[in-house]
Structure formats: structure tokens, C-alpha cells
Design a protein around this ligand. Sequence first.
Ligand SMILES: [Zn+2]
Length: 203
Amino acid sequence: MNIDVLELGPMANCTYLVSQGQDALLIDPAWDMNYIEHTLKTKGLHLLAVFFTHGHFDHVKESEQLLRAHGLKAYIEQNDVLLSGLPEEVLQPYSGAQDIKAGPFSVHIIPTPGHTAGGVCLQIGDALFTGDTLFPGACGRVDLPSSDPRAMRKSLLILSKLPPDTRVFAGHSYGGKCSSNIGYERVTNPFMRSAIKDEKVIS
Ligand SMILES: [Zn+2]
């Protein structure tokens, strides 16, 4: 499995292109569709599915064009459908933890509300795509309209229990860094550490 990080748009968003052979998935394609199409073409990749980690505009913005061009519906947690502002016909809503298969990929959905009500993390093999739930050394904002600080603490606690060598790929490269691993975050991330410390109160 190959993971390309495409840093696109004015807000340091990270779009992930996950591929195996000629088969590819995109996570949070939101900006610069011409660049994304060009990348798929030059690598000779066939786009099988698109996933959104949550519905904020900077993670979904220009994706309608791409979805229509490829005849795809993007997977999104149902609580974030409205937030995305995208037309229903380009979305495939789902609810709760589950595995979604696409070609050779099995995408395990971990619901992680807190930043938004429909926020999820996507686990593919040893890689975890965390959107705006978990960043290296930080977590996403919890002061937005569908945010819930208590839910965020619970979500961080759930993520802390994943295998320590799970690779983390976040939704933005704030400070120039978008990747980490769970073991490192368990020890260094103050928000995750606080959630672990208060486990009895949270769960
Ligand atoms: Zn967000």
C-alpha cells in the first residue's frame, strides 16, 4: 500500500491518495481537482472510492466535480451530510463503526465525534487517517457549531488504545507536520494524555 500526501489549498489541508497496484482511494479531496486528476493520470491510477473524514468545507469543497467525473459517491458519516453542503447524489452516507470494502482495500471506520458530530477516523492496514480529530501534538477545535469537547476526549481515548505503531495521517499539516504514530502521541500529545489520565471519568 502506497500513501501519497497532497498538501493542497490555502489552509494546509492534507489530501491522501492511497494506492495498491492501479487501484486508488482518495481521502478528503477538497482543493485543486486539476492537480488531483493530473496525479491520478500520471500514476496510471484507477479511482475506486472517495472518503471524507468529516464535512467541513475545507475537506470537501471542490470534490463534486471529481465525484461526477468518476461516477462516484463519497462516503461520509450521516451526521455530517448537511454540513458538507454537497448534493445528495454525490454522497454515500453511513452510520457507525463498520468496514467498507473497495477493491483490494478494507477501510475500517472509527466514529470519532468531537470536532464535528459526524467526524470519523479511517483505518486502512496500519495507517489511520484522522482528519481534524487528531493532529501531531494536538487535536481539532471543539468550539465550532457541531463540536462537543466531551465527545472529543472520548474519541482521543479510543484512538489511544490502537496499536502504538499505528501510523497517523492528519487532515492538516499545521507546523509543516501531518504524520505521527499512536505510540508517540500517547506519550507527547497533551490532549491524548489528558484523556488517558481521566479514563475513568470519561468512559
Ligand atoms: Zn474540520
